[in-house]
Design a protein around this ligand. Structure first.
Ligand code: CO
Length: 151
């Protein structure tokens, strides 16, 4: 009767005792201002994370309708179509087609002094890629983009 439990318990030990002594960092702060850019160009997600959180801060002075920024994650190959469909959807839909299955995760569009966060499951990312994060506000994605990988 005890054996199955013992096997399970032993299988947990390497996770607890092995690997890095530091806990995985499972969140990142990303800032954007009135320049069309993010202050982060690449994000490496620790595969030990169950979920990963992106906290987006707009540190500029301009309204979301003028200099809006969101943080959107998709496969690199999907970026162009996500952005094109997002432009049609408009600001009321955070410049994303509602229910777009190509969008893996996204924040709202934020303006001056605003912030938003998004969390997404890490396990589902490992099979695919490469991934890009970007702002889908019209005209921004060519400058506001970066790579995301799981390692
Ligand atoms: Co933007």
């Amino acid at each position: 009767m005890l054996r199955p439990f013992a096997v399970v318990a032993l299988s947990v030990l390497p996770v607890l005792s092995g690997g890095s002594p530091w806990a995985a960092e499972c969140a990142i702060d990303v800032h954007a201002d009135d320049q069309v850019r993010f202050d982060v160009q690449s994000i490496v997600v620790d595969r030990r994370c169950t979920t990963f959180t992106v906290n987006l801060f707009h540190t500029g002075q301009l309204d979301r309708g003028v200099m809006g920024h969101n943080w959107v994650l998709s496969r690199a190959a999907d970026l162009m179509e996500v952005v094109a469909d997002g432009a049609v959807a408009g600001l009321d839909h955070d410049y994303l087609k509602p229910g777009d299955p190509r969008v893996i995760a996204h924040t709202r569009v934020v303006g001056a002094g605003e912030r938003d966060s998004v969390s997404f499951a890490v396990a589902g990312l490992e099979a695919g890629g490469p991934y890009l994060f970007f702002c889908s506000y019209p005209g921004h994605s060519s400058l506001m983009r970066g790579t995301l990988s799981v390692e």
